[in-house]
Design a protein around this ligand. Sequence first.
Ligand code: UFG
Length: 350
Amino acid sequence: MAKRVLVSGGAGYIGSHVTVELIAAGYDVVVADNMSNCDMTCFEGVKKITGRDDIPFELTDCCDAAAVDRLFTDYQIDAVIHFAAYKAVGESVAEPIMYYRNNLVSFLNILESAKNHGGCNVLFSSSATVYGEAEDLPVTEQTPRLPATSPYGNTKQICEDILRDVVKATAINDGTDGRGPVKGIALRYFNPIGAHPSALIGELPRGVPNNLVPFITQTAIGKRECLNIFGNDYPTEDGTCLRDYIDIVDLAKAHVAAVSRMIDGKMKEGYEIFNIGTGRPVSVYELVTTFEKVNGVKLAYRFAPRRPGDVVAIWADTSLANEELGWKATRSVEDTLASAWAWEKHLAEK
Ligand code: UFG
């Protein structure tokens, strides 16, 4: 029988791409989402891409412990991928209680049910934000985490630590009273961008986008007047920040590799961490001009003051993921930016 993966936050940007790749790899999926930051567009897109009309969807708020536990009672779950979280850095600074409550309580509920239903494999969606302004680049998984500069970033660090501690504490569970061991992987994403090649799923930010690529595509389509490039006086070649932009489909495939590693019993430790990026730094300016070139569009942009809280440069050493997960980013930044534009145009036609 196919193994089943619960994807919390599965109707969102990353969750929908991961659901597609899990199904392509032969897994059964249960999507749970409270729809607080998305609509059904991507879930409908997932059904079209996979040709599967029968993917179970559960309208669940992971902060509701009883509702989470019901999922584990109703379905035999072999692994959980936990995406259900708030993710806007600026908003987290303004609303720390909301962020800590939502991001921590939902994860605690998942872990508690995972433990009490015979144990489970848990994949946590972490972020390169845990490295902060790292001195040595590229960063490896051993690069020390720096104190978080936002409540959002702090929730990523705290959830990593919670997972580590729960793995350690539950390792002794032998099934008595239904309690089993929790195994965990944290994937630290760099900057996920782009959309599925079908243009049926992609990023759907509510309101004004915080992130670069949705702002670029919305400016190109005419929804925004002008892109602000935050800072051109950084100590980099062209003065703009450097990031490691990882294609969303490549990122989704890393989740399949990590889930298979857990389910197939290939982990070397009960808790493991992997950087998920390309290993290649790209400047904001380079990304903007590549977008223009690949898609044949002229983008209105201007140089603006630095955005508070931005790090100058961060990119990944991905050797560990390459070797241990047998995974590597394959899609070029050109193809990814073409997919982002195709998605924006698809939205405009709807
Ligand atoms: N940028 C612009 N103009 C914009 C938006 C972004 O110039 O309108 C620049 C930023 O200054 C930065 C780069 O584009 O240099 C990338 O910015 P994003 O907001 O797309 O991504 P970040 O690197 O800031 O954010 C990522 C993740 C977050 C995470 C954060 C931590 O998306 O989840 O890293 O640093 F918290």
